[in-house]
Write a protein that binds this ligand. Structure first.
Ligand code: SME
Length: 162
């Protein structure tokens, strides 16, 4: 097991390529979903600039329940269809929100959040949770972030028993 000592640098594409390699390294030989989620939320939070929250919600009895994360304490339960997280899960699609104040029903866990991206986590056709990343600046996430984060989410899904 190796741990990165420094933040990856370069273009977004290069940074996400580096992060994918690091995630694969962290997941190698480990199939525990919570442990892998904890490491992935930390990897994202400590490697990318301008973030204030990065973490998982897991679907339990039709409710999204807070999982491993980095950042300030957050709301524990989110109903399907509610907030950005519940909407991404219900629609089964990634949501990129440039301005959270303009998203109807946005749940403000951290008042610092200005923009947000939420990836649904789908395993064998079933929603198992979401990966949520928040930023304290407007329109933080572009198409390259979406592609890179969706790839990291897929690596977690493939590597973990859930
Ligand atoms: N903003 C999210 C809630 C989760 S926190 O951002 C960590 C939402 O609207 O679903």
């Amino acid at each position: 097991m190796t741990f990165a000592a420094e933040k990856p640098t370069g273009t977004k594409r290069e940074i996400f390529h580096d992060l994918a390699l690091q995630a694969e390294g962290l997941f190698r030989g480990e199939r525990d979903a919570v442990a892998n989620a904890a490491n992935l939320s930390s990897l994202i939070f400590t490697s990318l600039d301008d973030l204030n929250w990065s973490g998982f919600y897991f679907l339990k009895n039709d409710v999204l329940v807070l999982g491993p994360f980095q950042g300030r304490p957050a709301c524990v339960r989110i109903q399907m269809g509610k907030g950005v997280c519940g909407t991404a899960a219900a629609r089964r699609e990634t949501l990129v929100v440039e301005d959270v104040e303009k998203f109807p029903g946005h749940i403000a866990c951290d008042v610092a959040s200005r923009s947000e991206i939420v990836m649904p986590l789908i395993k064998n056709g079933k929603i198992v949770g979401v990966l949520d990343v928040d930023a304290p600046i407007h329109a933080r996430f572009d198409a390259e972030d979406r592609k890179g984060l969706e790839h990291l989410a897929k690596l977690w899904l493939d590597a973990s028993d859930i």
